[in-house]
Design a protein around this ligand. Sequence first.
Ligand code: GLY
Length: 460
Amino acid sequence: MFSKETYSSRREKLRSLLKSEEGIAVFIGNVEAPAQYKDNCYKFRQDSTWLYYFGIDKPGFAAILDLDSGAETIYADDVSIDDIIWMGPQPSVAEQASLVGVSHSAPYSKLDWAVSQAIIQGRPIHTIPPSRYYNTLKLQSLGIDKPSEALIRAIISMRLVKAPEEIVELDAAGVLGQKMHTVARKGIRIGRIEQEIVGEMEGVTLSEGWGVSFATILTQHGEVFHNHGHSAKIEPGRLMVIDAGAESNSHYASDFTRTYPTGGHYTPKQRDIYQIVYDCHELAFSMIRPGVAYRDVHLAASRLMLDRLSQLGLVKGDLEEMVASGVAGLFMPHGLGHNMGLDVHDMEDLGEDLVGYDPDQTRAKQLGLGSLRMARRLVPGNVITDEPGIYFIPDLIEMWKKEGRPFVNYAALREGYYDFGGIRIEDDVLVTSDGARRLGGTRLPASPDEVEAAMAADRG
Ligand code: GLY
């Protein structure tokens, strides 16, 4: 938790951004989510916007900011003797509220009364889109039927620019994520089961942090993006994509991807493709600086990728025409990166386009570019991922072939790449005042030579 001044000044700034608005802003923190019965709950994770403005990392809290009077009230229930029996003594709601600079508190049930009074008085009610089903139901029961774009935009404008104390937390989450990845790389051995490595790497973040920042991707089928099945045996000659990150105890996220040759050495074909992805990754990093639109960085990486794939004979035609028609999307159907912060895909619950696009930018429809979640002109304090990849997805390639899409050497892909899998390389990047720096500690091995040397050292 940060200092009470941090939370007070964030709320003050929020109110100043909303000075042309009237009414109340209602914030609903998360509640416990039972897994089967009410007392066996999933591990509690607080709502990130709540954490940003109110910090209290406990279930069953809500708050109202009165935009007209400036009054702030936190709503939650003090523990009962039953709670004390099961959970031990807890600080009072008033004590917890004072730690984040809020001087008024009331029982949770009074939230309904306060909102209903505002509705009766015809005052505007500002909320954000609910990210959990409970919050959806709660907002419905409060009679709040739609989120407030003014509030959403104000929150996004603040959370997009990380303050120095947040960057410290993001660096720490990066260090922990890199530690997870190092343990995973050392665990890669032919004949082991993928799940064994997942357990080893997730143990690192469970020992030192909150846990994983998203469900770990560890697979020899990197062409399947969110492949969470880990039952396969590690086979020789394959590529293993490991996309995983840590969430720190303060709930800041990291997100790294590396792609390893299971036997410790890339085949010449794997190395050719890996080198392209690596060069795109480096190009993107070299372009990141204030004022540059991340959409243009995505397009520059796509251009380089297509140029190099054409040298391998996998695509053919005029480079600019290929870029414009979105051929890169066949090989990289995702975007170059996303925002990061308290969420691994920061604030996407508030609306992907509002978070990732400047008001004058329109999201493309093309595969690949259309999946780009961060297109904005960069400003210092943005934290984004740089994660190009190349994947050979047989069903997608066959579909494009059937549709007669030009520029692609379908025969070469079918003959040589349908069992290739995929490659992705990802680092987390802070936009600084004059450029960029990678978050975390010592960078994970990334170039093909660095990866092979690290794996050789791991194996003695
Ligand atoms: N690293 C997982 C994702 O961005 O979806």
